[in-house]
Write a protein that binds this ligand. Structure first.
Ligand SMILES: Cc1cc2nc3c(=O)[nH]c(=O)nc-3n(C[C@H](O)[C@H](O)[C@H](O)COP(=O)(O)O)c2cc1C
Length: 172
């Protein structure tokens, strides 16, 4: 499939069958994250791959009871390292959330290529998630995703038309 086809077909999946993800498939998904670009190529990230059932349930609780998180074979937590990241990127931001979001989307798109489901989880109590995973104080947890075999085929969600989000030569 082309990149655009993968992007078109990806969905947020919220039902999983729990079958195991083969190690070689997981390796390709993680490799896609590893290859992501980052400011100054610092790569200020760590990915925690969780297969332990009790830990997955703890993360689902930290995500305000989004129980589908623990139904997939794997949960991946995307962790950022602000103290190592490029401190100013463009107008004002430390680069870590930008770098990490790019890498996590790489991971998500490679998962889609493999036929695996994911769902970007941003609604969670970061302090609780850090406690579950043993993440040290200075490290941030930005997002999590279940990673597993889909048990549903969600319909596409609409998107704004290009005419609404693109302008040429000037901001309009
Ligand atoms: C930053 C961010 C946070 C999100 N947080 C959640 C979440 O906590 N729970 C959830 O079920 N979906 C979450 N989503 C998924 C969005 O709801 C989903 O991407 C959007 O509705 C479009 O649907 P699609 O991904 O199937 O195209 C999040 C997505 C993003 C990008």
């Amino acid at each position: 499939m082309s990149v655009l086809e993968i992007i078109r077909d990806r969905r947020s999946v919220r039902r999983y069958n729990g079958d195991p993800v083969p190690e070689e498939t997981l390796a390709r998904v993680l490799e896609a994250a590893r290859l992501a670009p980052s400011a100054k190529n610092i790569q200020p990230w760590k990915f925690v791959v969780v297969r332990d059932r009790a830990t997955k349930i703890g993360l689902a609780k930290a995500a305000f009871g989004q129980s589908f998180l623990s139904e997939a074979d794997i949960v991946v937590a995307a962790c950022g390292l602000p103290e190592r990241a490029y401190p100013r990127q463009g107008s004002y931001m430390n680069s870590w959330p930008i770098d990490l979001a790019i890498a996590f989307e790489h991971l998500i798109l490679q998962a889609a290529e493999e036929g695996l489901g994911t769902c970007w989880i941003g609604a969670f109590d970061e302090t609780a998630a850090k406690a579950v995973l043993g993440v040290p104080g200075e490290v941030r947890v930005m997002a999590m995703t279940p990673l597993g075999w889909p048990a549903e085929s969600p319909a596409p969600r609409g998107r704004k038309p290009l005419s609404e989000i693109v302008s040429y030569d000037r901001y309009r």
